[in-house]
Ligand binder design. Structure first.
Ligand code: ADP
Ligand code: MG
Length: 156
């Protein structure tokens, strides 16, 4: 596990950017945390690190925003999902098991379709101080974690 503290949105973005540089096609990143915890701020950094240019907006209403950087990038926000068939309509599994990198905010909304190999990121905090915990839920992320630890200012 890696624990990182940030004290403004730009720092959170930078953590995402370092992570984004290390992701590969097929990787899934799950972002958990309350509304306003910084999931989208981190996701924007991940997209930038993957070479996505231009505006990256929250997929609050669109559910999924597709970008093209070094690879295809799918940024999802499942907050508004109520039933599993909405995920089928979205083509959720085609995104997950396609050749893009997929970033999911509110992944617990995916119920039984929740992937089992993913990089688990939890955000929380008060005011402008946020704690980001990164846990690899698959062996393929262990090397990436070691590199990330070197590149970000890890607080413990
Ligand atoms: P979420 O997607 O989890 O709802 P957002 O990234 O959209 O969260 O919003 C986070 C809000 O908190 C933004 O308004 C951002 O400016 C603010 N903020 C303050 N400090 C931080 C920090 N350290 N990291 C990320 N966001 C922060
Ligand atoms: Mg968000």
């Amino acid at each position: 596990m890696i624990k990182i503290n940030t004290s403004n949105p730009e720092e959170t973005f930078k953590v995402g950017e370092e992570l984004g540089k290390k992701l590969a096609p097929g990787d899934i990143v799950c972002l958990q945390g309350d509304l306003g915890a910084g999931k989208t701020s981190l996701a924007k950094g991940i997209c930038a690190g993957l070479g996505v240019k231009g505006d990256i907006t929250s997929p609050t209403y669109t559910i999924v925003n597709e970008y093209r950087g070094k690879y295809k990038v799918n940024h999802m926000d499942l907050y508004r999902i109520r039933r599993e068939d909405e995920l089928f309509d979205l083509g959720f599994e085609d995104y997950l098991y396609g050749d893009g990198v997929t970033i999911i905010e509110w992944p617990d909304k995916s119920g039984s379709l929740m992937p089992d190999q993913y990089l688990d990121i939890n955000l929380r905090g008060e005011g402008t101080d946020r704690e980001i915990r990164i846990i690899p839920q698959a062996n393929k992320f262990i090397e990436l974690m070691a590199e990330l630890k070197k590149d970000v200012d890890v607080s413990n």
